[in-house]
Ligand binder design. Structure first.
Ligand code: GLU
Length: 291
């Protein structure tokens, strides 16, 4: 059974790139006769609060495009016990990290292409006494000890991608569960087999697949969809393109654009696009410009 999910962070309205990814995941799931689940990733309390009502608008916009999901909407803010259980299950693999952003910056080599800096494991080497002393100064983040594991994932468009898994953050210093933990816990517990999302997250896939297996799940198959770029050629954001479905002209304008951008020709409804699905979707690897 093909089970995919769409997982918006309700910190803003969905823009054309978000809508394109949602449509791609829906089409892949429905073409395979599978399920398409909905999950609101609302753990970043401050940012969610600042974008009051975004979750409801996100869901309404998906419905206006004709995208229907299976089962109830999962809200991460209601699942904190599951994340706590996962941390407990990881046991000895979890360790406290007291490093500031700046310390990590100074201790690491040049950043990866995407700006990500793998953690060099500084706090893994602290003695018990040093840890106790640092705990008095700042609240630690929690990291997972990956021991330099490598993980290979399969992406429908990018093919096999192999990466070294670093000791990534599971719980942030402010106590919030990190995206890389929560989203994997939810994918495993929802039985997700396929993950369709923006290609900015491709580099996160190996560490997430590795964690899924550690938590007793299976690594999903991925489909990382090219981002939509704004007028300036950079990823779409408020300042360089329409910020939401209405600004982009509403469903009547947006749907044909989206379906054409996915190589399916122009369609007024998602059923037409589904009927037009070819067996191969190579073109989705490319990023799209709104102009
Ligand atoms: N919440 C993430 C986002 O909006 C998506 C995470 C995922 O699909 O794994 O970018």
């Amino acid at each position: 059974m093909h089970v995919d999910r769409y997982a918006p962070s309700p910190t803003a309205d969905l823009h054309l790139g978000n809508l394109r990814t949602a449509l791609a995941g829906w089409l892949l799931a429905r073409a395979a006769g599978g399920r398409w689940l909905m999950r609101i990733e609302d753990l970043d309390t401050a940012r969610v609060r600042a974008a009051d009502g975004a979750a409801a608008r996100n869901l309404a916009d998906l419905r206006r495009l004709g995208l229907d999901w299976d089962g109830d909407v999962l809200r991460q803010s209601e699942r904190l016990d599951c994340y706590r259980d996962a941390i407990a299950m990881l046991g000895e693999r979890v360790y406290e990290c007291f490093c500031t952003r700046r310390e990590i910056l100074e201790a690491t080599a040049a950043p990866h292409d995407d700006g990500y800096r793998p953690y060099p494991g500084t706090c893994l080497r602290l003695s018990r006494a040093e840890r106790a002393q640092r705990r008095e100064q700042r609240r630690p983040a929690l990291r997972v000890r990956a021991d330099g594991a490598t993980c290979t994932i399969h992406d429908r468009f990018a093919g096999d991608v192999t990466a070294v898994v670093d000791d990534f953050v599971l719980v942030r210093g402010d106590g919030e569960f990190a995206y890389n933990l929560a989203s994997v816990v939810d994918d495993v517990s929802s039985g997700v087999t396929h993950v369709t999302r923006g290609d900015d997250l491709l580099s996160s896939a190996p560490r997430q697949a590795w964690l899924a297996q550690l938590l007793g799940g299976a690594a999903p198959t991925y489909a990382h969809v090219g981002l939509v770029l704004g007028r300036d050629g950079r990823r779409l954001a408020k300042r360089n393109g329409p910020a939401n479905l209405d600004e982009a002209g509403g469903p009547a304008r947006v749907l044909p654009w989206l379906t054409a951008s996915l190589g399916l020709g122009e369609h007024d409804d998602v059923a037409g696009a589904l009927a037009a699905m070819p067996p191969d979707y190579e073109f989705w690897t490319s990023r799209m410009s709104i102009t």
